[in-house]
Each structure stands twice: as structure tokens, then as C-alpha cells.
Design a protein around this ligand. Structure first.
Ligand code: HEC
Length: 148
């Protein structure tokens, strides 16, 4: 009898662990709305851009920036904007941003300021979190997956 009891206890705690794990993954998904730690981006292999904010992408078509931007996007943006920039519907599909300077302006304003309305954060601001170099790298990569 004692054996059976122990077995049940084990089964029960296993079930609790499974439950906790399921809850934890729900929390991670819920974290898609703002409170997931941003991931640092290594930009040491890129030409430094200085302190002033540029208005047009200095890394457009730069291979190394595109490589860095691809991974920086996946770590910081994909959870809302979708893998490969193909939106699952939570956030706008960034493949359709206008090309060139026009898209650069929309992109930079949004990535720096994020988006909040009525006290709700729809997108966290990345200014002070990602350096300008990382932002422009993401933009350089986005232009490689652009759609009309
Ligand atoms: C927590 C979810 C979330 C994360 C993370 C996130 N975004 Fe957003 N983003 C949104 C939402 C939601 C909007 C739409 C905002 C609105 O409705 O005003 C948006 C809007 C944008 C826009 C404007 C799109 C347009 O068509 O006007 C750009 C550009 C953008 N995000 C870039 C990024 C980049 C780059 C990253 C990563 C560094 C990122 N976002 C991370 C949720 C997110």
C-alpha cells in the first residue's frame, strides 16, 4: 500500500511539474507583450556611427550588417513581428515597409520610441537598449526580405 501511495505522489508531482512547465511557456508567450529582456547585439565588426542619429541607413546592402541584423531581428523582434519578418498577425508585417529613406524614417521612429497608447505598451522602445548600429543592421536585413 505504501508503494502505491508513493507512486501516486510521484505521478502527482510529475503532473504538477508538467503543469508548471505549461504555465511557464504561457508566461513566455504573454511576455511577447513587453517584458522580455532585450538581447544584446554585437556590432563590433561594423563601422561605428557615432552619437548623432542618422536619418538614412548607412549600412544599406552591407553584407556584415545584414548578417548581424538577421540575428538581432530574430532575438529582439521576431516574437512579435514573426520569424523571417512574416507576421503572424500580432504586429505589422515589416516586409512591407517602404524601401529606402522613406522606410528608414518610419523604421527609426518606431524602433526608438516603441508604441504605447492609453498606458498600454504595444511595442517597447529600443532607444537606450540597442545601439544605433544594431538598429540600422536590422533595417538592412529587413530590406533583403522586402515585399511589394
Ligand atoms: C512586444 C511586441 C513587439 C516587439 C518585441 C517589437 N515590436 Fe515592433 N511593433 C509592435 C506592434 C504591436 C506594432 C504596431 C504599433 C501600433 O499599433 O501603433 C509595431 C510596429 C512596428 C513598426 C512600424 C510598422 C509600420 O508598418 O508602421 C516597426 C518599424 C517595428 N515595429 C519594428 C520593430 C523592430 C525592428 C523590433 C525589434 C527591434 C520590434 N518592432 C519589436 C510590436 C512589437
Amino acid at each position: 500500500m505504501e508503494d502505491k501511495y508513493n507512486k501516486e505522489t510521484v505521478t502527482r508531482s510529475l503532473r504538477q511539474i508538467a503543469c508548471a512547465a505549461a504555465l511557464a511557456s504561457v508566461t513566455l508567450i504573454a511576455g511577447a507583450h513587453g517584458d522580455v529582456t532585450p538581447q544584446a547585439v554585437d556590432v563590433s565588426t561594423l563601422k561605428p556611427l557615432g552619437k548623432d542619429w542618422l536619418v538614412s541607413n548607412p549600412y544599406r546592402k552591407d553584407k556584415e550588417a545584414i548578417r548581424i541584423g538577421d540575428s538581432a531581428y530574430n532575438q529582439n523582434c521576431a516574437r512579435c513581428h514573426g520569424l523571417g519578418a512574416v507576421s503572424g498577425g500580432i504586429a505589422p508585417d515589416l516586409r512591407y515597409l517602404p524601401e529606402g529613406d522613406e522606410g528608414d524614417e518610419i523604421f527609426m521612429q518606431r524602433i526608438r520610441d516603441g508604441a504605447s497608447r492609453g498606458g498600454r505598451v504595444y511595442m517597447p522602445p529600443f532607444e537606450g537598449i540597442l545601439p544605433q548600429e544594431a538598429m540600422w543592421s536590422i533595417r538592412a536585413w529587413l530590406e533583403t526580405v522586402r515585399e511589394e
